[in-house]
Design a protein. Sequence first.
Length: 179
Amino acid sequence: MSRIGIVPVTIPKGVDVKIEGQKVTVKGPKGTLSRTVPPQVSVSLDGGAVHLKGSKEDSQAKALWGLYKVLVANMVDGVVQGYRKNLEIVGVGYKFELKGKDLTVTAGYSRSRQVVCPAGIKFTTEGATKLAIEGIDKELVGQIAADIRGIRGPEPYKGKGIRYAGEHIIRKVGKAAGK
């Protein structure tokens, strides 16, 4: 039995949840999200909570049961509070720039990299070295942050590159001078 999946997802005030077959739609003050649950997991709405149930015999169903419980809970949290990832860029001449809704990243390459802002995501810069990515879909916010970090990840010798705010980079010692 799934210890995570057995706990129901409570629905706060101001959030509307609709279940149509295997499709779960969550509507709240910040927007609307929907997701299709696989047929191994049954979904029901009971009072002020969403209950998910999986087969106890099938190991795949047990894994999906816990996974989709957390995904539905993330949808509820997203439409109420939203999600935010903060990135920092370190290096001489490295910067984030907003051009309309899209982002231009200058990170030591011969050309700047353009990041198109997808629907449901908002970029905000704080100075030229800090970037905030906000949205209601936790997966999308995390994926966009990882894609931007992947443009130039932090290197271990000088610490230059794009990193998550507060991320600790383990630094390596450079070459020692010979005798």
